[in-house]
Every structure is written in C-alpha cells, then in structure tokens.
Ligand binder design. Structure first.
Ligand code: S3P
Length: 166
C-alpha cells in the first residue's frame, strides 16, 4: 500500500491517539489529532464545546479541521470516533489517504472508556452500544481493519507497517 497519509478511525477507546503517536514515530511522519486541534482552536475542551455549542457545532468544526488537514502529507491523523461515520468526511478521507480501522470489540471499549465526562457521547452505556452498532457499517469501509481488541500498541503498529510494505 503506497501512501503518504494515514487516517486512523474507529470507536472511542480503540486506541487511535496512542497508535497514531507510535506509528508517526515509526514512520517519522507528523502526527495530527483532530480532537486536539478542535480543542486548541476553540480554546476549550470537547465536553465544554458540546455543552455550550452543541454537537452540530462540534461536527462542523470536526469537518473544517479535516478539510484543513488535507494538504498535509507524510502525516498520521487520529480522527475522532464520529469523524469517519459521516458520509462526506468518509469520502474525503478514503480519497486522501489510507484509512485504517482500529476495530475493538464493544466489551473492550466499554471497559476502556471512563465515564468521566471527557467524552459526551459515552455518558450512558446503552447509548454507546447503539452508537457502536450504528457505526460499524461505516468503519467497515476502511482500507484496512486491524483487531485492536488485543495486542500492544507496538504490535498494532507492526501490523500496519507490514501492510504499508505490501
Ligand atoms: C466522539 C469521539 C471523541 C470525540 C467526541 C465525539 C464520537 O473522540 O471526537 O467526543 O462521536 O465518537 P475519541 O474517539 O478520540 O474519543
């Protein structure tokens, strides 16, 4: 797979940000994190954005941030759990680079994602389960699926590196 841009997608708690950092280091590429960029430009954290401006506002910033990153090459981009669930974002991402789905089982993400208010859409477990099931069809459209339910971050990076070499 020849590419100069990788998008990591998948549900909350799949490990997108940690894998992005480790993969970026391995490839010696820059690492971009869509959520972090939004928080920096908005000068407040995601719970505050959801609370004060609402989810549609957040989604618009998410889209803008994605578009703003299109020019970047030699980059690993950690998306938010909902970024690739949007059809027009999905189209952009699939055209712009290699999209890797970190597929973690529901039980794993439920265990990993704390209910500390840092993720507004993780407020209740039933809601999370519904969202998880709704998004599977979108995530399946990624170019590569890796099992993110087991294995260390470095092992996941190994798998992605092997695929990039092929
Ligand atoms: C969201 C996931 C979060 C963040 C926001 C919305 C989602 O990112 O973008 O809270 O819709 O699943 P992580 O997947 O990095 O937690």
């Amino acid at each position: 797979m020849k590419t100069d841009k990788i998008y990591l997608v998948g549900f909350m708690g799949a490990g997108k940000s940690s894998v992005a950092r480790a993969l970026g280091k391995r490839l010696d590429w820059k690492v971009e994190d869509i959520d972090t960029r939004i928080e920096q430009s908005e000068r407040r954290d995601i719970p505050a954005i959801f609370r004060e401006k609402g989810e549609p506002y957040f989604r618009a910033r998410e889209r803008e941030t994605l578009v703003g990153l299109l020019a970047e090459r030699g980059a690993v981009v950690a998306s938010g759990g909902g970024t690739f669930a949007d059809a027009s974002n999905r189209e952009l991402m699939l055209r712009d680079g290699a999209v890797v789905w970190l597929d973690a089982p529901l039980q794993t993400v439920l265990q990993r994602v704390p209910q500390d208010g840092r993720r507004p859409l993780a407020a209740d477990r039933l809601g999370m389960e519904q969202l998880y099931n709704q998004r599977l069809a979108a995530y399946r459209q990624a170019h590569l699926r890796v099992d993110a339910g087991r294995g260390s971050v470095e092992e996941l990076v190994d798998l992605i590196m092997e695929w990039l070499d092929t």
